[in-house]
Design a protein. Structure first.
Lengths: 180, 591
């Protein structure tokens, strides 16, 4: 093994990575989001998407949905690290439940005229995107779905005059009668 | 409106803080005043139940509180002002987080209406200390203060212990509100550390232990943190199983160094027998340790043929670096008790004679040997003499960070837990002197010795003044090699002996310095002086700076070179320049 002289044991690992969606139920108090984000940046974990909002049915509880990528060992670490934070009630790995529904909303602004305009409308229809704003030279579409569907729609809009995109990030919930 | 003026629970925020200290049994607070904590200092002035120890730098307060906590099992309490007071605490907080030491730190903050305005001595204390604490709070309403203070003590001392910060703006200290004594509902219901281990996992573990041919027990600071009972149970388990036992730097003393099953410390500078036993074992029982990189060496070559059982109170320690077969989440003492119970009821001592014979061969390599010298004091010899001359005394040892720390771990035999205070996880130079101050405050009649290095000791030497003021007879035993020895060793081994900035130029005369501080200075330069000087140091009932002049270029062995496995240790007698060069696979740098 050839490595530079170092006081640390340098190792490269090439375990395959996985993408997981985690739902985290937290006490809604100042700084709680900073704690979660600080954990990810401080320990070098990935955040592919993060959404947070107070959940209505239980007072003072917020639900954070995080999509993250890492080796299985890292994903397990992330869950344990989240779980041991004082204001965290529960961490559920939605990907492991095998029955979760994930949705994201995007607003997509497209500018153009002529054939491009017609094509954009036609594609929006096929993707069940709604027109929520229109001018003579632009549309804003609203589209909901899983992240890959949204990405696909955005890719299709690119040659048709894509101006900008605003995405909410992923929200997730399990199927069936049980809550988390 | 009801008249609250006679309600004894009506008080200012500042009074609440002192009251909470008293309610949590706090006898000593380490601190340093400033504008944002003056109301609290005013309260401290007007009572006598809590004694305040004035340090000379806030970092000193933090490490003193760590020493206090580690030697007593009680939380260490710190009080510092806003801004620079708080930022000076970042090192000890991080140190305590890494080594799982319970600290409660109260910081003053600028008044709430000024927060965010870059006010004088304002800093974002909760933001800065968030990754340096187990949890922290900014209290904006005096009526939340009692609850937060009680929760802070609870969080610091339960589960995996750690440091917490409560940041209290000055207007909240002045404001009057309602105090209440500690109660269960003060704590987040989301915080429920698990103490008891899973019964099925414990049974699985016992079955594995009972069938082991080449077992080892590997323990860490978690056993110490769990309390003295955990160490007793560990000793009983070793007795009942007959297994060999090793420990991390943080775990020394849980099993006595004089015990027959003791292998010595493991890891980078651990003994050959400890590391070989770890490497070749078939069943490993890890209790309250975390498989960190100084222990494992190359993780892909770490104990390749063993089944591993891991007892830890922190689920995030499980499978972090090394995959284990039987994880048991729970308090070390609690789980050890259950494990011992099941083992005694259902298993018999396995026959591991052949394994002990193998271990005896490794031991015979005598990996801590060093050549004797009649002219120059070797640092190993100095620690051995210190150990022999303090044996049987009521002694506590702290250290700084460097070679002297490793030699202390290798050559000072610890018989009991809570007697050894060292900065393991963070490796903070400057820890040992203030830690000794804290230990001495908790144990005024004991012998408290900081085994120090010439470089480290200068990082917090100002706390000698604290020791003098509070009549704390700490002994600072400096292994003065005139180098940052550990840095010099790495430079020699890894960077072509280019000793870049590792020579301790312009060292103070420690004997004169002692005099300047009003304590006692001693020096030993020859092996023949050493015993007499150590005895003198022990006899003096005042703080002592002991300048022990040792060989400058001695290296700390044995050692696992970087990128190597446990069975590729470099032993002292083999560490010729050529062998050393070969052992370090970055070879090029050595040419
Ligand atoms: C605060 C801090 N800065 C830097 C280091 C890096 N470091 C580790 S050991 C060491 C040298 C220690 O020298 P000394 O105290 O004389 O001990 P020796 O190794 O000579 O026994 C240094 C600089 C550290 N551990 N802590
Ligand atoms: Mg030195």
């Amino acid at each position: 093994m050839n490595q530079p002289a170092s006081a640390y044991f340098l190792e490269e690992r090439h375990d395959p990575t996985e993408t997981h969606t985690l739902s985290v139920l937290v006490q809604n108090e100042p700084g709680v989001l900073a704690r979660v984000i600080g954990l990810f940046s401080g320990r070098g974990y990935n955040i592919d998407s993060l959404t947070v909002s107070e959940t209505e049915n239980q007072k003072h509880l917020s639900r954070i949905t995080i999509v993250t990528t890492g080796t299985p060992m890292v994903i397990q670490q992330i869950k344990h690290q989240l779980d041991r934070m004082i204001p965290v009630y529960r961490v559920v790995d939605m990907t492991l439940t095998g029955s979760s529904i994930e949705r994201e909303l995007a607003m997509v602004k497209v500018r153009g005229g002529g054939d491009h305009r017609v094509e954009a409308l036609r594609l929006a229809d096929a993707f069940r995107a709604r027109v929520i704003d229109a001018t003579t030279e632009s549309f804003v579409f609203e589209i909901t779905g899983n992240s890959s569907k949204i990405s696909q729609f955005i890719d299709l809009m690119r040659p048709l005059g894509l101006v900008e995109v605003s995405r909410t990030g992923v929200a997730a919930i399990t199927r069936g009668p049980e809550g988390m | 409106m009801t008249d609250k003026s006679h309600d004894p629970n009506q008080m200012t925020g500042a009074a609440m803080i002192v009251r909470a200290f008293i309610d949590h049994g706090v006898q000593h607070v380490f601190g340093y005043p400033g504008g944002a904590v003056l109301p609290i200092y005013d309260e401290i002035f007007q009572q006598s139940e809590v004694e305040h120890i004035l340090v000379r730098h806030e970092q000193g307060a933090g490490h003193a509180a760590e020493g206090y906590a580690r030697s007593t099992g009680k939380p260490g309490v710190v009080l510092v002002t806003s801004g620079p007071g708080a930022t000076n605490m970042v090192t000890p907080l991080t140190d305590a987080l890494m080594d799982s030491i319970p600290l409660v730190c109260i910081t003053g903050q600028v008044p709430t209406h000024l927060i965010g305005n870059d006010a004088f001595q304002e800093c974002d204390t909760v933001g800065i200390t968030r990754p340096a604490t187990k949890h922290n709070w900014l209290v904006r309403d005096v009526n939340d203060l009692a609850r937060v203070l009680h929760e802070a003590f609870y969080v610091a001392t339960t589960g995996r212990p750690g440091p917490v910060v409560v940041d209290v703006p000055k207007d909240v200290q002045f404001a009057t509100g309602t105090y209440h004594p500690p109660r269960k509902s003060d704590v987040h219901i989301s915080y429920t550390p698990r103490v008891k281990g899973d019964e099925n996992q414990i049974r699985k573990a016992v079955a594995m232990l009972a069938n082991a041919k080449r077992p080892v027990i590997y323990t860490g600071g978690g056993v110490i943190n769990s309390g003295p009972e955990a160490s007793q149970l560990l000793r009983q388990l070793v007795e009942a199983t007959g297994f060999p036992i090793t420990s991390t730097l943080m775990g020394l003393g849980a099993y006595p160094a004089s015990g027959p099953n003791w292998l010595g410390m493991l890891g980078m500078h651990g003994t050959y027998e400890a590391n070989m036993t770890m490497h070749d074992c078939d069943v490993m029982l890890c209790v309250g340790a975390r498989f960190d990189d100084r222990i494992t060496g190359r993780t892909d070559a770490f104990s390749p043929g063993s089944k591993k059982i891991h007892i830890d109170i922190d689920p995030s320690s499980i499978n972090k670096n090394i995959r284990v077969d039987v994880p048991i989440i729970g308090d070390a003492g609690n789980v050890l008790g259950d494990l011992l119970h099941v083992f005694k009821a259902e298993a018999r001592k396995p026959d591991i004679k052949a394994w002990w014979q193998q271990i005896a061969q490794w031991r015979a390599r005598n990996s801590l040997s060093y050549r004797k010298n009649n002219d120059i004091i070797l640092p190993q010899y100095a620690i051995q003499r210190l150990f022999e001359l303090t044996r049987g005394k009521d002694t506590y040892i702290t250290t700084e960070v460097g070679q002297h720390q490793m030699w202390a771990a290798q050559f000072y035999g610890f018989e009991e837990p809570h007697r050894w205070m060292t900065s393991g996880g963070l490796g903070t130079m400057g820890y040992g002197l203030p830690a000794a101050v804290g230990v001495q405050v908790a144990h005024p009649d004991s012998l408290v010795i900081d085994i120090a290095g010439d470089a480290s000791v200068q990082m917090t030497i100002q706390e000698m003044s604290t020791a003098v003021q509070f009549e704390l007879p700490i002994k600072i035993f400096i292994l003065n090699n005139q180098y940052m020895g550990m840095v010099r060793q790495w430079q020699q081994l890894l960077h072509g002996n280019r000793l870049s900035h590792s020579y301790s130029e312009a060292l103070p005369d420690f004997v004169k310095l002692a005099d300047a501080y009003g304590c006692v200075g001693l020096q030993a330069t020859k092996p023949s002086d050493l015993d007499g000087a150590i005895k003198e140091m022990i006899a003096i009932k005042r703080p002592v700076l002991f300048d022990c002049r040792v060989a400058a270029l001695e290296n700390c062995f044995p050692m696992i070179p970087s990128g190597k496995a446990h069975n590729e240790m470099l032993l002292p007698e083999e560490a010729t320049d050529e062998a050393t060069a070969k052992a370090f696979s970055g070879g090029k740098a050595l040419v």
